[in-house]
Design a protein around this ligand. Structure first.
Ligand SMILES: [Zn+2]
Ligand SMILES: [Zn+2]
Length: 569
């Protein structure tokens, strides 16, 4: 089919479906989308709670009391500890039902979601990983979310193969790092953004292969620089001491100066490294893909992609959490672990030909299934033979078209549509929809999303964030018993032993701010996933960029690739 302009049934804005898109939909046998790409992304995000945690009754057989989970206690579901969930001590098929042709599919799916016990955290093959969610093969981690193969790390979001990396966001292969955003292959790098191969440095932006540098931007292969000025080793060490980066005041002072330096630095319009025919931002070693953001290595012929790595072929509308040797995936979140045809689903791992399912792993040929491992030919958690399965699927697909689910806003969900937000077990503000497309409670209600305020347990704080000692040298082990009041949100938080020894090792002051607020602060350091046109700072050509226009607070010196190479290299 030729290119076609459609009106999004959700936001009413026009969007274009291109010829290549039609070919893709035809290949996987789904009707073309009726929602625009941005509305589709938000709809998926509203199903993905990466880091909101709750205390709720522990439903694991033999357990009493409570446990921590990603599900709000208001959700009338049962949650199992992940160790029990992965064991063969329970049977998800016990919760299966016959397909009911008198009810819409999504109604039946919602009922199944409410019946089946849920894993407390989405985690696969991690060891000693506490409160880690959407994680695969972690070791000794605490509150790491959306991450692959990290070790000895804490309070991070979207990390890949990092070690001893604390409080970081979208980092790859970093070690002994703290408070970084979009950094790679770095060691002992702190409070930095968009750096690659940097060592023993603080507050760097867009630097490569630098060591022993402080407060620098756009540098390559430098040593002993401060504020982009070259010093001798002795001068550098003396000046470093004067900056007192081991005190909270010193860090705050440097943070302000760094913000100003960032605003005056050169910014490449898009971060595309070793890509061919790619339009997106922060994409590495990929080709023939567009509208792709935060993807490392091996995306090919894919479109509308967000956060993933390591091989993604012929896939549309995937992520957060995609790739890891996956192919022919469509409309999925967390479908990024070795899947072939994970279509319209959430958290599908190591599986093939799984449709409309949630938390399914090591399975093939399943439709509308929830919370199962190592199954095949199941529909709504009921076992069929291969022949029965293949006979029934076309009838269900037809039924979904004949009797679509209608939500309370009157939007119809037939075959090919992702799950309606109103049957999500998460409220909008519990999911990463609120991280990437923040709205108010009122707006959420207008748009048909749910919203929940959660009041955690009452903790008596014992010390205010602002009263914490200036340096880590002044902190004794008794801090482990204190409940700190966040300087900004007043939320209580604690310092853990693993964390304390990290701060001590690198002479870093204690953070006076709650981990959630630290995450929010890092989140503000990224650009929105929206491509806009802008004139290169040097006025030679118009470029695609994710930087906000200057009027909306974006930096001034956004430049085309040619000018970036000329000015920075
Ligand atoms: Zn729309
Ligand atoms: Zn230019």
């Amino acid at each position: 089919m030729k290119e076609e302009t459609k009106k999004c049934v959700n936001c009413q804005k026009n969007f274009t479906i291109e010829e290549e898109d039609f070919n893709f939909y035809e290949k996987i046998k789904v009707p073309p989308p009726t929602w625009c790409p941005e509305c589709r992304l938000i709809r998926r995000l509203a199903w993905r709670n990466e880091h909101s945690l709750f205390k709720r009754p522990n439903g694991t057989p033999g357990s009493t009391g409570t446990h921590i989970s990603i599900y709000n206690p208001e959700e009338k579901i049962t949650t199992y500890d992940k160790e029990f969930w992965w064991s063969d001590k329970w049977e998800p098929l016990d919760y299966g039902r016959d397909y009911d042709f008198s009810k819409p599919f999504f109604q039946q799916f919602k009922e199944l979601l409410e019946r089946v016990p849920h894993i407390a955290f989405f985690d696969s093959k991690s060891i000693n990983a506490r409160f880690c969610n959407f994680t695969v093969e972690l070791k000794n981690c605490y509150l790491i979310t959306a991450a692959w193969r990290c070790e000895d790390s804490m309070y991070g979001n979207r990390l890949y193969e990092c070690k001893f990396t604390h409080d970081s966001y979208i980092c790859f292969h970093t070690e002994y790092c703290y408070e970084n955003v979009y950094c790679h292959g770095s060691n002992k790098l702190f409070f930095s953004r968009e750096c690659d191969g940097c060592i023993d440095s603080y507050f760097l932006y867009d630097c490569r292969n630098c060591s022993d540098c402080l407060l620098c931007t756009n540098l390559r292969n430098k040593k002993y620089c401060i504020a982009n000025i070259q010093y001798t080793r002795e001068e550098y060490l003396k000046k470093k001491q004067e900056l007192v980066l081991n005190t909270r005041d010193g860090i705050e002072e440097a943070r302000k100066k760094f913000e100003e330096m960032y605003r005056n630095a050169f910014h490449k319009h898009l971060q595309l490294i070793n890509t061919n025919n790619v339009v997106g931002d922060h994409v590495y070693n990929s080709r023939n893909s567009s509208h792709i953001f935060d993807f490392h290595d091996g995306a090919e012929n894919s479109k509308f992609v967000h956060w993933g790595n390591d091989g993604l072929k012929d896939s549309y509308d995937v992520g957060p959490g995609c790739g890891d040797e996956s192919e022919l995936n469509y409309e999925g979140i967390s479908t990024g672990v070795k899947n072939y045809k994970a279509i319209l689903g959430t958290t599908i791992w190591y599986s093939q030909n799984v449709w409309y399912s949630s938390m399914v792993s090591n399975s093939h040929d399943c439709f509308g299934c929830v919370e199962m491992d190592k199954k095949q030919y199941c529909i709504l958690n009921k076992q069929y033979t291969k022949e029965e399965y293949e006979n029934l699927i076309p009838k269900i697909v037809q039924h979904m078209m004949d009797m679509p689910y209608v939500d309370k806003k009157g939007r119809k969900y037939g075959h090919g549509e992702f799950f309606p937000p109103e049957i999500s077990p998460f409220a909008y503000n519990e999911t990463v929809a609120q991280d990437y497309f923040p709205i108010t409670k009122k707006e959420a209600e207008e748009k048909g999303f749910s919203w929940r305020e959660y009041r955690g347990g009452e903790y008596q704080t014992t010390i205010k964030g602002k009263d914490l000692p200036q340096t880590i040298a002044e902190v004794t082990d008794s801090i482990l018993n204190e409940v700190i009041e966040c300087e900004i949100t007043k939320k209580p938080f604690k310092i853990l032993e693993q964390e304390l020894s990290f701060y001590r090792r690198f002479d870093l002051p204690l953070p006076p701010i709650h981990p959630d607020e630290r995450h929010n602060r890092r989140l503000k350091l990224r650009n929105p996933m929206i491509l806009r046109k802008r004139m290169c700072f040097f006025g030679d050509k118009e470029v695609d960029t994710t930087y906000l226009p200057v009027e909306e607070g974006g930096p001034e010196k956004v430049v085309c690739t040619e000018h970036y190479n000329k000015e920075v290299y």
